[in-house]
Design a protein around this ligand. Sequence first.
Ligand code: GLU
Length: 430
Amino acid sequence: MIPLQNSVYKEPAPIVDRENPFESMMQRFDVAAHLLNLEPGVYEYLKTPVKQIVVSIPIAMDNGEIKVFEGYRVIHNDILGPSKGGIRYSPDVTLDEMKALAAWMTWKCAIMNIPFGGAKGGVRCDPSKLTMLQIEKITRRYTANLLEILGPDRDVPAPDMNTNEQIMAWIMDTYSMHMKRTETAVVTGKPLILGGSLGRKEATGRGCMMVTLAAMERAGLKPKETTVVVQGFGNVGSTTAMLLKEQGCKVVGISDIAGGYYNKKGIDLQRALEWITGNKTLAGFSGGESVSNEELLELPCDVLVPAAKEDQITRRNAAKIKAKIICEGANGPTTAKADPILQEMGILVVPDILANAGGVTVSYFEWVQDRIGYFWSLERVNRRLERMMKASFDAVYENATRYNVSLRIGAYILAIDKVAKTLKMRGIYA
Ligand code: GLU
């Protein structure tokens, strides 16, 4: 008989005090759809995900007990091409969050002129409480459950929160085992030796740095006179901080889950990185005055880069922000209710669907390289990334000016218009 206590292992549904991410996305979508005068049928089509898959992932733990995890993959849209988007492992993953993030991927790819649709996946689990072997089992079972969905021409995952290149390698291997051939292009963000791309790991942060510079130029800010605060010191936050510093900016504030640090004279980022490597978090870092995560967002600075997680800038703290530019390294760091407050204050917000699109852009380069079997130099990857980030920033900026709206709504208009026009051209198959 299966012992009863097994049921206590099931992850409880998270209790979250935040705006519903799908509704947050839809509020912006609605504004853009209205300005575009989108016909009702197209509106309905573009708001509805094409597929929402929920899978159960039973895993035998080290002591032989079975624990069941829940996994998701939402394909929001595949009109522009195979769907593309990351996979996150986190205790607060929900289907609604996946739906919002999948839609953001559709808009992101459209803005960047990448021939992909949008998707997102995740497993509700706490990787910090799991061993490598358990994470591998979860990853392989999740992949096996999605075999009919995945494929280089169908749906192509990538890393996201708490997933990395090792996890991508397991996805690639599991898929390849079932297909009886090595299929590298089924997933991006892989280790270099398995068909990964040079520059992919830093791509989101590099792209974020590039559009921050473009926004600074429009706002008349010179790098040498610009102070920056970065929330989140993971891959995106730390890379953006390092690269902006390399460009001459002064990074005065950083943070991670353990809290924030402020140093008017500039944070020694190299030391912070070394600290994290040795201590896992920034806790105890002595390179600046300790501040809470809330205080960090309200620090005096020219540029604020929220690169941690969703719902950080809300209607409660938006009015207290002092930055002139916000460049959204994370997905959904600003709630829909905070948008008008920031706009009223004249803060230039580079929206997530543009600011962090460097990651999926180099994912696209990786997919192309895997398929042609010829790999590019880092210089070529970065040069092409720069060209595409700049072109998309200018297109969003011009669109926003033309419609007299924020960069965010300008970006949504650009993306929705492109997907809607493609839909019209393809027509509805019945
Ligand atoms: N997870 C990243 C994002 O949110 C990358 C997705 C990808 O490369 O497919 O943009």
